[in-house]
Design a protein around this ligand. Structure first.
Ligand SMILES: NC(=O)c1ccc[n+]([C@@H]2O[C@H](COP(=O)([O-])OP(=O)(O)OC[C@H]3O[C@@H](n4cnc5c(N)ncnc54)[C@H](OP(=O)(O)O)[C@@H]3O)[C@@H](O)[C@H]2O)c1
Length: 294
């Protein structure tokens, strides 16, 4: 059972969808949001895994909210419609959407990747969150606001050789989030991305199973992480809870690292943050590195 950590944000009565909630980071995020009082719609493909997670949550975490679940394959174009349809059936408003589910995609150099797997990664890691936002925004707007959190990661901010689909789509998700954040700000809707850190989940097991030849230079680091332990997923869950709560009012269009960034003091820096490009994806020019190349 994923551990929930110390209380901070208040999510009492907030209705939130969490995708990929059956295991890994999503399960820990769900536990945290539930502990903080949120009503949850847990989404993943496996009904059995979702049922286990929901029952475990109800048993082990002291939450006051409701727990709902829906099995849906985000690779299917109709999945977002089904998820939002179910959410509308059980709730009259939507406060939070956490696009956490993702797959690793093909591992190995691009020319050896199966393009079908690449397309499937686009569908799950990018088009599904886009479709969920597409349906959630009008509903949140009608309810007076909301908060969307998209799980990104290291692949977004630096090249990740042998993981081209994953890295490309995490970068795309960040630019999508920055863009949507600007579009929906007048409606009181915020959109942020979270980099959860290096977590020892099934994604790490997949990397190790692919072997050093396909994975390349990252393999050794992954093997060390498996031996020594990864970053705590609770930190990511706390950041997601913060971004869904009123505590983070004014913070939008950012990619925030759960483990590297001092986000717990960010609420006191909202004005400074808004006037800056801190925690965004931007192009680096020579002057940024102290060089005059004109
Ligand atoms: N692990 C890391 O080190 C790391 C680092 C940076 C970013 N991230 C990001 O953090 C998020 C969570 O990663 P994780 O490591 O916790 O992943 P994980 O352990 O592999 O869990 C993935 C979750 O997504 C669900 N899922 C997978 N494919 C799906 C589909 N087609 N439709 C619906 N649900 C699907 C899985 O359940 P089912 O299989 O039952 O569908 C599971 O609940 C991802 O966005 C990942 O990219 C992770």
């Amino acid at each position: 059972m994923p551990a929930a950590s110390s209380r901070t944000a208040d999510l009492r009565g907030k209705n939130c969808i969490v995708t990929g909630a059956s295991r890994g980071a999503g399960a820990v995020i769900a536990a945290r949001l539930y502990e903080l009082g949120a009503n949850l719609l847990l989404v993943a493909r496996s009904t059995e895994a979702l049922r286990l997670r929901r029952d475990e949550l109800a048993r082990a975490v002291a939450g006051s909210g409701q727990l709902h679940m829906l099995a849906a394959d985000l690779a299917a174009p109709e999945a977002a419609g089904r998820i939002l349809g179910e959410a509308r059936r059980i709730w009259s408003r939507l406060d939070g959407l956490v696009n956490n589910a993702a797959i690793q995609g093909p591992i190995g150099p691009l020319w050896e990747n199966d393009l079908g797997e690449w397309r499937r990664t686009i569908e799950i890691n990018l088009l599904a969150p886009v479709a969920l936002c597409h349906g959630a925004v009008p509903w949140m707007r009608d309810g007076g606001g909301g908060s969307i959190v998209n799980l990104s990661g290291g692949g977004a901010t630096a090249p990740r050789p042998n993981f081209s689909a994953y890295a490309t789509l995490k970068a795309a998700l960040v630019r999508f989030s920055e863009t949507l954040a600007a579009e929906v700000e007048p409606f009181g809707i915020r959109v942020n991305c979270v980099a959860p850190g290096a977590l020892n989940t099934d994604m790490l097991a997949e990397v190790l199973a692919a072997g050093p030849e396909k994975v390349g230079p990252e393999y050794e680091k992954a093997a060390r992480r498996a031996r020594e332990g990864g970053d705590p997923p609770e930190r990511c869950a706390d950041l997601v809870a913060f971004l869904l709560s009123e505590e983070s009012a004014g913070i939008t269009g950012r990619l925030i690292s759960a483990v590297w960034d001092g986000w717990s003091s960010l609420a006191s820096r909202v004005e400074e943050l808004r006037g800056s490009d801190i925690y965004t994806l931007r192009r680096i020019v020579p002057a940024d590195r102290g060089k005059e190349w004109s």
